[in-house]
Design a protein around this ligand. Structure first.
Ligand SMILES: [Zn+2]
Ligand SMILES: [Zn+2]
Length: 157
């Protein structure tokens, strides 16, 4: 098992009992489910735990899994901010889907410097709604690298 899979397995494990209990209850009431239903249930519980509320998300951001993902993606991007091309220090999530959070899909993660990342999320200490992050990212790119087509960021779904 690689470092990501190992770290993910450790984080998912505490949700196994809850997923199993839910499934037992479901079957008692005559429900039928595929064999992988418990694994799917664990995924859902884990995803909910790392994306809802700021405390659990903060815990995710200091987890071994996120540390490995950050190292890999910064390396992939040559430690260069996707917006201004200065030194990147942080990753920005363009999606909070299971695959992205679990480290199974890095395509929706980009390296940014702290000022650009703060600009995307905050403005004059006001939190920017998620729907507007993509636009702010594009605005930054236009500002810094409008002539460099190779640095264009693809739209994500
Ligand atoms: Zn930047
Ligand atoms: Zn971000």
């Amino acid at each position: 098992m690689n470092a990501r899979a190992e770290a993910l397995a450790k984080m998912r494990e505490p949700f196994r009992e809850q997923a199993q209990k839910s499934m037992e209850l479901y079957r008692e009431f005559g429900g039928t489910a595929p064999d992988d239903a418990i694994e799917t249930g664990i995924n859902a519980l884990w995803l909910q735990s790392v994306t809802d509320g700021s405390e659990s998300y903060k815990t995710y951001l200091v987890s071994p899994l996120w540390r490995v993902i950050t190292q890999d993606v910064l390396l992939r991007d040559g430690h260069m901010c996707a917006a201004c091309r200065r030194d990147a220090e942080v990753l920005h999530h363009r999606s909070y889907r299971y695959e992205v959070m679990a480290g199974l899909d890095d395509e929706r993660l980009i390296s940014l410097c702290k000022p650009c990342h703060n600009y995307i999320h905050f403005h004059e200490s006001k939190k920017i709604p998620k729907e507007r992050w993509e636009k702010r990212l594009r605005d930054l790119q236009k500002l810094f690298i409008k002539k460099d087509k190779s640095a264009n960021i693809k739209k994500v779904n």
